[in-house]
Design a protein around this ligand. Structure first.
Ligand code: 13P
Ligand code: ZN
Length: 276
């Protein structure tokens, strides 16, 4: 049995933090990541955990995740430093039997604590745990510049964001057929924004925070990073397109989306295929 840092899920977590940094999504301490450990993950690292930590409030309640273990980035930690000093920048936490408190069982060696967005991460995990029966284990928050820019110019509705992003790349409706949700500007870091975001996570794997960034959910690091990357790239194309010319000369039509849905075996909700 190796150390916590030898576990594949920890290596994958660290790589994703660094990939996001290299994309330019994590200025300073911007963005945060959480991974919900499987029972096998917990057994793999159990010998390296310390269960003496003090219980502290999560800031919300997640009863269905009671007793669960999560690998999370630290509040105020720079994602660019995760690869250099993971023990200080990230930590493993365990939830108590009520789902109201957590304790640190590994990491945060310099006295750190979990991300200020822990309520949103855990409430999103709770929704995904119920809906995907434990398939989706990663929640990722990034400050993606093109998506943020669009929240100043597009109406803040799920319908418009989904449709405009889908039109920017043929792969988009295949990668996120459920669409994307949008949260209007709210104070970050608390229960209120966590409730609003987790409500959207009941329908989508992407929630956009107006004038702030994005949350994505996926089964593993590849899928979650790939989703964030696909949505942000579509936003980048829309920003480029609008910079060249405010109107599209041609685009993918609702009927073409329906053809695509048939060919790729995905269901595209009709509410996104409105006539313009
Ligand atoms: P943390 O440093 O607490 O993770 O906060 C960063 C952030 O992006 C808040 O939304
Ligand atoms: Zn943020």
């Amino acid at each position: 049995m190796g150390t916590v840092l030898d576990a594949e899920f920890v290596k994958g977590f660290i790589r994703m933090c660094n990939d996001g940094w290299e994309q330019g999504w994590h200025e300073r301490n911007g963005g945060n990541v959480s991974y919900y450990l499987t029972e096998a993950d917990v057994e793999e690292v159990r010998d390296g955990l310390n269960f003496e930590g003090e219980w502290k409030p999560i800031g919300t309640e997640v009863p269905t995740l009671a007793g669960g273990f999560f690998l999370v980035t630290g509040s105020g930690k720079y994602l660019r430093n995760v690869i250099l000093n993971p023990e200080d920048s990230i930590g493993l936490i365990q939830l108590d039997e009520t789902g109201k408190d957590y304790r640190i069982v590994w990491g945060f060696t310099g006295g750190g604590r979990p991300t200020s967005e822990l309520p949103t991460h855990l409430m999103n995990h709770e929704v995904k745990q119920k809906l995907t029966k434990g398939r989706n284990r990663v929640i990722y928050h990034a400050h993606t510049p093109n998506v943020i820019a669009l929240t100043y110019v597009l109406p803040l509705t799920d319908e418009v964001f989904t449709r405009e992003l889908w039109e920017m790349a043929t792969e988009c409706p295949v990668v996120f057929p459920q669409g994307v949700g949008v949260v209007e500007w709210m104070v970050p870091g608390g229960r209120e924004i966590a409730v609003a975001t987790s409500k959207l996570m009941e329908k989508y794997n992407v929630a956009i925070w107006a004038h702030h960034g994005m949350f994505c959910s996926g089964a593993d690091f590849d899928e979650t990073f790939g989703l964030m990357h696909t949505v942000e790239k579509a936003a980048e194309i829309l920003v480029k397109m609008r910079s060249i010319c405010p109107e599209k000369r041609q685009t993918i039509t609702p009927d073409q989306f329906r053809e695509l849905a048939k060919a790729f075996g995905v269901e595209l909700p009709e509410r996104f295929l409105y006539e313009k």
